[in-house]
Design a protein around this ligand. Structure first.
Ligand SMILES: *[C@@H]1O[C@H](CO)[C@@H](O)[C@H](O)[C@H]1NC(C)=O
Ligand SMILES: *[C@@H]1O[C@H](CO)[C@@H](O)[C@H](O)[C@H]1NC(C)=O
Ligand SMILES: *[C@@H]1O[C@H](CO)[C@@H](O)[C@H](O)[C@H]1NC(C)=O
Ligand SMILES: *[C@@H]1O[C@H](CO)[C@@H](O)[C@H](O)[C@H]1NC(C)=O
Ligand SMILES: *[C@@H]1O[C@H](CO)[C@@H](O)[C@H](O)[C@H]1NC(C)=O
Ligand SMILES: *[C@@H]1O[C@H](CO)[C@@H](O)[C@H](O)[C@H]1NC(C)=O
Ligand SMILES: *[C@@H]1O[C@H](CO)[C@@H](O)[C@H](O)[C@H]1NC(C)=O
Ligand SMILES: *[C@@H]1O[C@H](CO)[C@@H](O)[C@H](O)[C@H]1NC(C)=O
Ligand SMILES: *[C@@H]1O[C@H](CO)[C@@H](O)[C@H](O)[C@H]1NC(C)=O
Ligand SMILES: *[C@@H]1O[C@H](CO)[C@@H](O)[C@H](O)[C@H]1NC(C)=O
Ligand SMILES: *[C@@H]1O[C@H](CO)[C@@H](O)[C@H](O)[C@H]1NC(C)=O
Length: 254
């Protein structure tokens, strides 16, 4: 019955969305190039993670940045999450959601560029958090927008019905670890996901949950509400993780 519902949803998406690139569970916005990734609202209306801390996603540097805004909680269906993602890569940038980044799996959302013609593509994958292996995973994503400027890849997308069920307590929550990273693309083959940032558990429905609770003692004059303090103490950084290289040449890639 649930499978029937999922198939029905997929069929509806195919008929409603005029532009479908990738598999049928993905639907693009009709204004696909209207992407504007900035720090506006960080810590106030959006939860932001970045590497390096407080970098400017609107600039031309190597800022790896993501923001998320949660829709109203809609138990038991889960919460809709609205993401913005920006990074630099000749292949892809990706954001992962994990209940626990060191066990189980992460849902991975990839925004990439096909360097042979500079075109944008979007994929969803599953990452095994134990051995970093990626496998294709169908996940419904809507309102996808993407833009490629040289090595800069920017995208926005909505993930409906997210449910971070804590396997230990069986409680549905909106608390995730967020992974950010990049990876290469060789033809139609996605290379390994190089994780540059693994956040601590963050409640994505609470924009302030990534803002350090103790203000920096040195500066109390100017409160820059839109900028995460460069300390970003609630974000654990894990640099240069080494992962087994895996490559795929499966039909799911296209
Ligand atoms: C996108 O589609 C909606 C509904 O079909 C329409 O109202 C809107 O004007 C379209 N936007 C653009 C930029 O084409
Ligand atoms: C992008 O967003 C920023 C902040 O909300 C706004 O100031 C700017 O005008 C926007 N740019 C475009 C092209 O929409
Ligand atoms: C980014 O690069 C573009 C083109 O190279 C340039 O027009 C723009 O001013 C640059 N922006 C910043 C913030 O440096
Ligand atoms: C949950 O999803 C079902 C099926 O799509 C829908 O009928 C129901 O209204 C949703 N419930 C909430 C609280 O959004
Ligand atoms: C969300 O989690 C709750 C609690 O585990 C569960 O009852 C519910 O069925 C889940 N909903 C979805 C859509 O997975
Ligand atoms: C994540 O999993 C590891 C290994 O199973 C465990 O040691 C750790 O306590 C878990 N973290 C959380 C926040 O549940
Ligand atoms: C993840 O990898 C580990 C070690 O290779 C394996 O034992 C486990 O079954 C895998 N998990 C999933 C969900 O594939
Ligand atoms: C890219 O793929 C081709 C064909 O599979 C292979 O010959 C080549 O070595 C790959 N390049 C890299 C950098 O992995
Ligand atoms: C990139 O473009 C080439 C040539 O059109 C195509 O063969 C390849 O499959 C594309 N890769 C992706 C990931 O879309
Ligand atoms: C992975 O990313 C780090 C930066 O976060 C970079 O220094 C490193 O060279 C990358 N590794 C690979 C294999 O691309
Ligand atoms: C900054 O903090 C100091 C010590 O707490 C206090 O005396 C001073 O008034 C504060 N300045 C401003 C602008 O809030």
């Amino acid at each position: 019955m649930e499978r029937g519902a999922i198939l029905l949803v997929a069929a509806v998406v195919v008929f409603v969305a005029p532009v479908v690139r990738g598999t049928s569970h993905l639907s693009f916005a009709n204004d696909t190039q209207q992407v504007n990734v900035t720090r506006a609202g960080c810590g106030v209306t959006a939860l932001c993670v970045d590497q390096p801390g407080a970098c400017d996603p609107a600039g031309n540097g190597t800022c790896l940045f993501a923001s998320v805004v949660a829709g109203p909680p809609a138990a038991p269906n889960g919460t809709d999450l609205y993401f913005k993602l920006r990074g630099t890569s000749k292949g892809y940038v990706a954001l992962g959601l994990a209940v626990n980044a060191t066990e189980g799996t992460s849902e991975l959302f990839l925004c990439g560029q096909n360097s042979s013609h500079g075109t944008f593509f979007f994929r969803t994958m599953q990452r095994n958090n134990t051995n970093a292996a990626l496998t294709p995973a169908e996940r419904r994503v809507t309102q996808i927008r993407g833009l490629v400027r040289g090595d800069v890849i920017e995208c926005e997308f909505n993930v409906p019905g997210v449910n971070a069920t804590d396997t230990r307590s069986s409680h549905a929550t909106t608390t995730f670890s967020i992974l950010l990273g990049t990876g290469p693309l060789n033809g139609s083959t996605l290379g390994p996901f190089n994780v540059s940032l693994i956040s601590g558990p963050l409640n994505v429905a609470d924009p302030s949950s990534n803002v350090p609770t103790t203000p920096s003692p040195a500066t109390n004059a100017t409160a820059t509400a839109t900028a995460t303090p460069s300390g970003a103490s609630s974000v654990l950084l894990s640099h240069g993780e080494q992962h087994t290289a895996i490559s795929y040449s499966s039909p799911w890639m296209l």
